[in-house]
Design a protein around this ligand. Structure first.
Ligand code: PMM
Length: 298
């Protein structure tokens, strides 16, 4: 279930991992502007870790629909100091970037995994860089940058096409030297997907798990949840009212057997993945896991 190359604390988990999100951006759709300041970003990352996040995903570029690209230098300036300080505080960190040079600087600063929403399509240097870094690589399904991704949400069979396109990314990553055992796949909920595409993908999670690679799901607070929970007038549920539904998705996805879920609000999902693990195994977690959780929560 785990990719190779994880730090010990993550590789020993006997349940779905919880990835907490810290976007060091002015414009991310959920938390944009809140953690642009290094101190605020670090405090938030530490708080998420204490609430039960196993790893903190630090990103310096918004991928919300319509977002314009940030310059590479600016992206690195946003994320590197945050990563250094989180790692110094004992928090495992992944870097959410589409750029090889940001991935390299982030791993040098202590990040333990590369999360590439473009699956290697945005930067031709990404696979070569990751292959030398020797860390796990999350390849998400992606069809184009945020300024045009809504136009790219056209499918005859969304599950078959996403699986086929992700499979091509995995093949290319392996050909460029990233061992298959280090690769995680992610169907990219909300990226070039209409709301119903996301539900079809979630219903078909077993097809993604059958690929035989660890799977990550990032549903947190996304538009398709807002649409599902729209009020009687059809207005989508506000962002801050989407966390319970996110937790429900975390529980179902963890029960299906995904490796990790990526969320903004960690506490509910941390409980959900533990419920799913106990449900799957028919027993409460081993005491070492309970003790570990207890200590990490202070
Ligand atoms: N979604 C976002 C950003 N990064 N990474 C992965 N692997 N999967 C996702 O679904 C994903 C991601 C967009 O959400 P955000 O703006 O809240 O970070």
């Amino acid at each position: 279930m785990h990719p190779d190359g994880l730090p010990l604390a993550l590789s020993q988990l006997e349940r779905t991992a919880v990835m907490g999100v810290v976007n060091v951006t002015p414009d991310s759709f959920s938390d944009g502007g809140r953690y642009l300041d290094v101190n605020a970003a670090v405090s938030h990352g530490v708080a998420l870790h204490r609430s039960g996040a196993d790893v903190i995903d630090v990103g310096g570029e918004s991928t919300r629909p319509g977002a314009v690209r940030v310059d590479s230098h600016e992206e690195r300036q946003r994320v590197v100091p945050v990563i250094e300080r989180l790692v110094a505080a004992g928090v495992p960190v992944s870097i959410d970037t589409m750029r090889a040079e940001t991935a390299v600087d982030a791993v040098r600063a202590g990040a333990c995994m590369v999360n590439d929403v473009s699956g290697g399509l945005a930067d031709p240097e990404m696979y070569a860089a990751v292959s030398t870094l020797g860390v796990p690589y999350i390849a998400m399904h992606w069809r184009g940058h945020s300024d045009r991704m809504n136009d790219l949400a056209q499918y005859d069979d969304v599950v078959a096409e996403v699986l086929q396109e992700l499979g091509a990314r995995v093949t290319a990553a392996e050909a460029a030297g990233i061992p298959r055992s280090r690769i995680v796949i992610d169907p990219g909920l909300g990226f070039a997907k209409e709301p119903d595409h996301n539900w079809v993908i979630l219903r078909s999670l077993p097809d993604f798990l059958e690929v035989g690679l660890p799977v990550l799901i990032g549903a947190s607070r996304k538009r398709f949840i807002g649409a599902l929970l729209a009020d009687a007038e059809g207005s989508p549920r506000a962002l801050d009212g989407r966390d319970r539904a996110t937790d429900a998705i975390s529980a179902i996805a963890a029960h299906a057997g995904v490796w990790a879920v990526r969320v903004h609000d960690v506490a509910g999902t941390a409980d959900a993945v533990r419920v799913a693990a106990a449900w799957r195994s028919g027993s409460a977690p081993r005491s070492s896991e309970a003790a570990q959780t207890g200590s990490s929560h202070g």
